[in-house]
Design a protein around this ligand. Structure first.
Ligand code: IFM
Length: 480
């Protein structure tokens, strides 16, 4: 037991000075305005308009109309005392075909957003890619093709040239695991392909795109710019203490975590990943020099965490639970892992059906910090969907969300007390928004959005989180 585990849960926790408190969003989930100012379709426009792909046929056409309401949204953040805002740039808004010069109006939108944030004292943290590949690039082969990595680096350079004078925090990719394995493996995300080899090729070219983009960013940005990647690292737990389940956990750790951490932070793919997937591919798409190109110094590692991943090895002939929490598909998002079963941890669940387990965030942060000493961490996403209800007086009381955030912030604080260098926390999400294949059915926002009027109403959890952010002190939410 560590010293931090013996602390009473009710005691106040003080976060280190300078700890960054923020909220996060992504372009396709909030912007809308999909046909304005030269923007062309991304793979998510195509996917959401394909019947049967997204719950109830929902699309991001309007989303929460942030494109037109960004000033109001920045005011909301300022009123809530947020110190930082993580948002993503829509590639098809600034470089519609994924090639050639940038579109001025697209860049202007992000310039105005950033200026508004800076004027409100909110630090912008920009993510270049949160899943919305220009459709033209998918038509040319998408992430399974090497050229997409090269296009991504060019796009990174264009955005850096335009915004590098005002944005200090840059993230290349958000959750490349989802882009590769939900997009090209299980097909529950755009572009909806179901080919495990394409998914592994996509993973490599996302890694390569990251490395080439970091090089382009370093060339274009001031020397003190902070560069990161956001990974949804899986806290993998074997279901039992058996050696078989330990082996299942090793394999999921390889294809879920070390497939990114290896090349990005250690300069090599894990050999066990090659062995585990040898029946699918010989990885000859990895060319000489690629891992060196991917292995670029980073200033921060950004971690997204929601729930642990519980696995077991399935005995031959036994029926296999398929519930990994990543949507329904007869195709697995885990290449080479057909004999591994996924289980939902027991206990409390969110509206996504995801188990609430803050101890896994503590484990993830402390283990990652120990493996990469000297590399600061940031929690770039954490949060929960619940069935929020608006009261007769128009308020939204969401004690479950406040309790979820409290437990996870307590885990972050405990990790810091035990030596992890965690520099900030971004709540997912600022606003209720388009939750990918679930459409608008799942609400993650600190701020409620009425999808008819688009009126924004901070939930009780937002008011509670605001007090935490303003004071840097974590108290239990109590009557929030
Ligand atoms: O909404 C998503 C976000 O886009 C990426 N990380 C997980 C969130 C909740 O599912």
């Amino acid at each position: 037991m560590t010293a931090s585990e013996t602390r009473p849960l009710t005691a106040a926790r003080t976060f280190p000075p300078g700890f960054l408190w923020g909220t996060a969003t992504a372009a396709y989930q909030i912007e809308g305005a999909v046909r304005e100012d030269g923007r062309t379709p991304s793979i998510w426009d195509t996917f959401s308009h394909t019947p049967g792909k997204v719950f109830a046929g929902h699309t991001g056409d309007v989303a929460v109309d942030h494109y037109h309401r960004f000033r109001e949204d920045v005011r909301l953040m300022a009123d809530l005392g947020m110190g930082a805002y993580r948002f993503s740039v829509s590639w098809s808004r600034v470089q519609p075909t994924g090639r050639g010069p940038a579109v001025q109006k697209g860049l202007d939108f992000y310039r105005q957003l950033v200026d508004e944030l800076l004027a409100a004292g909110i630090a912008p943290a920009l993510t270049l890619y949160h899943w919305d590949l220009p459709q033209d690039l998918e038509d040319a082969g998408g992430w399974p093709e090497r050229s997409t990595a090269e296009r991504f680096a060019e796009y990174a350079g264009l955005v850096a040239d335009a915004l590098g004078d005002r944005v200090a925090r840059w993230t290349t990719l958000n959750e490349p695991w989802c882009s590769a394995f939900l997009g090209y493996g299980s097909g529950v995300h755009a572009p909806g392909r179901t080919d495990p080899v394409a998914a592994l090729r996509a993973a490599h070219h996302l890694n390569l795109g990251h490395g080439l983009a970091v090089q382009a960013l370093r060339a274009a940005l001031p020397a003190d710019a902070q560069l990161a990647v956001s990974l949804n690292l899986h806290e993998v737990r074997p279901r039992t203490a058996s050696p078989e389940d330990a082996e299942a956990a090793r394999r999921i750790d390889a294809v879920g975590n070390r497939i990114w951490l290896g090349p990005m932070l250690e300069g090599a793919y894990p050999q066990d990943l090659f062995r585990d997937t040898a029946r699918l591919t010989d990885w000859s798409f990895v060319r000489d020099g690629d891992t060196a190109a991917i292995h670029q110094p980073l200033d921060l590692l950004a971690v997204n965490y929601y729930t642990p991943t519980v696995v077991s090895l399935v005995a031959a002939g036994r029926e296999k639970p398929q519930d990994d929490g990543h949507g329904d598909s007869e195709h697995s998002p885990w290449p080479g892992a057909d004999d591994i079963a996924f289980h939902r941890a027991p206990g409390e669940r969110t509206a996504m059906g995801w188990a609430v387990d803050a101890s896994a965030l503590y484990d993830l942060l402390t283990r990652t910090a120990a493996r990469y000493p000297g590399l600061p961490l940031v929690v770039s996403e954490n949060g929960a969907a619940y069935e929020d209800e608006t009261g007769p007086d128009g308020t939204v009381h969401d004690p479950e969300r406040a309790a979820y955030i409290h437990a996870h912030l307590d885990a972050v604080h405990r990790a810091i007390s035990d030596g992890a260098d965690v520099r900030g926390y971004f709540l997912w999400s600022l606003l209720d928004n388009f939750e990918w294949a679930y459409g608008y059915a799942k609400r993650f926002g600190a701020v409620h959005v009425d999808y008819v009027t688009l009126k924004r109403t901070p939930k009780s959890s937002a008011h509670w989180y605001s007090r935490v952010a303003r004071t840097g002190q974590l108290h239990p939410p109590g009557g929030a």
